[in-house]
Ligand binder design. Structure first.
Ligand code: HEM
Length: 294
């Protein structure tokens, strides 16, 4: 569980990543890959974008995945020379094919979304130069393409004051052999994976009450990884979304207490950014009821 009890602090929360755990696969593998295929077919321009300058690092990402996946998950992927086979979906991809952009193909292989950040010499910042982004948590790819880290995070309450310098410095110093991971979390009243909008909602949702909040809300977590690519030196940012029903906390009263504490201690601008206002007055009593009441 990603939330912490006690006073609120906006933290980078970066942890060392063992590259064996770079990619996560779970029971939603087939359904999430199918959802990606649907989004890429029906709204390609919203979920995929890439600048020409990201071609080399896109190919590098595809090569890294093609080497990693069959080795790490031999029951799910098979390496057949130029062909990479997904044994679950029965897809067979030619790695040298010219039909899909290599970053587009890379995004179809895994549940993760993939974003490429490239250092810009003129501004000395890292800019978003390409992404396969089917499961955004309330942002639109077209609005962020080409922007630097601080501009990308402009809507995030407290980011510029509390995190921007740390994150920029981290990007400058990130070493190929020291990848990291981190988590973001939120509570949502819609379990859809593709959520391009929804920050700053203030209206109360009358359908959510202290009795039914567990059944009407979900915890949405993002497990993110960051690694510098050895050949091109661009940075690959992966985002893996997990959506779990809030009622699962009934089995974990201590986690319900922690979440209630995290929500109570959250500053108002952060609550607003995370769109908690529609159901905060319902979810707090629900959590208190199932918690340990410590
Ligand atoms: C060390 C690296 C990073 C840190 C510490 C960080 C931190 C954060 C935090 C705290 C949030 C707010 C999450 C929430 O409360 O819901 C956020 C949102 C976001 N982050 Fe990052 N982030 C990092 C890297 C990146 C990178 C590389 C990208 C590139 C695409 C990115 C894109 C975003 C976007 C698009 C949002 C949502 C912004 C919006 O609401 O418009 N982040 N990030």
């Amino acid at each position: 569980m990603p939330f912490r009890a006690g006073p609120f602090r906006l933290l980078a929360g970066l942890q060392p990543l063992d590259l064996q755990d770079w990619i996560e696969i779970d029971g939603q593998f087939a359904s999430e890959l199918a959802e990606k295929e649907r989004l890429l077919r029906e709204r390609h321009h919203e979920v995929f974008a890439v600048f020409p300058e990201a071609l080399a690092s896109s190919m590098e990402v595809l090569e890294l995945l093609a080497a990693h996946l069959p080795m790490r998950f031999p029951t799910l992927y098979r390496d057949e020379g130029d062909l990479l086979c997904n044994l679950v979906t029965q897809q067979r991809w030619s790695l040298s094919q010219q039909v899909l952009h290599p970053l587009d193909l890379a995004g179809r292989l895994v549940q993760e979304d993939l974003c490429l950040m490239r250092h810009d010499l003129v501004t000395d910042t890292y800019r978003l130069v390409g992404a396969s982004l089917c499961f955004p948590t309330r942002w639109r790819l077209v609005e962020k393409m080409g922007h630097a880290l601080t501009a990308i995070h402009a809507p995030v309450a407290g980011y510029e004051e509390q995190l921007a310098v740390t994150v920029d410095r981290f990007f400058d110093r990130l070493k190929v052999e020291k990848p990291v991971w981190r988590l973001n979390w939120g509570l949502i009243d819609d379990p859809a994976l593709f959520q391009p909008t929804g920050h700053g909602r203030q209206e109360v949702n009358p359908d959510i009450t202290a009795e039914n909040a567990g059944e009407k809300l979900w915890i949405r977590m993002e497990r993110q990884t960051l690694r510098r690519l050895p050949r091109t030196q661009d940075v690959l940012f992966t985002i893996r979304v997990h959506v779990r029903p809030l009622h699962e906390l009934r089995a974990h009263p201590e986690r319900a207490d922690t979440l209630a504490s995290a929500l109570r201690n959250m500053p108002e601008p952060t609550r607003l950014y995370k769109s908690l206002s529609p159901f905060l007055d319902a979810v707090l009593p629900w959590l208190e009821r199932i918690g340990n009441k410590t």
